[in-house]
Design a protein around this ligand. Sequence first.
Ligand code: OGA
Ligand code: MN
Length: 229
Amino acid sequence: MKLMRITAKHVQSRYFNKSLRRYLGSSCVDLTAAEVPTLVVGSSRELVRRLGSQVEVRTAFITEEEEGAFLRELEPGLKKKRYEFDHWDDAIHGYRETERTTWGPACQNILNRVRSVAFEAGSSLLGPVHVLDLDKAGYIKPHIDSVKFCGSTITGLSLLSDCVMRLVKDDAPSEWLDLLLPRRSLYILRNQARYDFTHEILKDEESVFNGQKVPRQRRISVICRNLPG
Ligand code: OGA
Ligand code: MN
């Protein structure tokens, strides 16, 4: 899966990003004040509105039983691998991963539902589903998925833990969105949100959404992608 990601140019400047975030903190705005809970906040109302249509978070997309079905199917294989921590040049820290093409009926049903909400009928999908198991201390650095291997839409289920996904405009890092991804939710990134913004999953120490700490546990994501058009 290494080929799938291009690490962002500005990843190295972590200090810059940190001071920028402090500066921007007070300009955080809600997507829809009336909607509870808020799942998307960003650097400006305008950006939240504009990019909001290309970013979706669906809470409780799967039930606890369905989450259990994924775990039963995935745990035996994942347990045989060790979390990888020490590749400094990797986009991901503290992870193990696998790909899977054939699933038992319960998981297959869920994946059909995921695909029917995320992709247009008839679009060509990347065959294997990508499973990424992040340790409690694991995180994903800012990156853009390879445009050579993946198309305009990335969708993922979050199992076992809530987390924060941050999108930052690749050529204008003052433009950002934070997404709260609750356990058992589905997120969808499309078009500009996928091509022009890096995405990352925050580490436990930095896992804060709209001023609220979002404690990170071990998290497994089940990710579907389409093929480039
Ligand atoms: C990736 C990635 C996000 C997630 O593997 O490229 O961005 O939800 N994963 O785990
Ligand atoms: Mn990615």
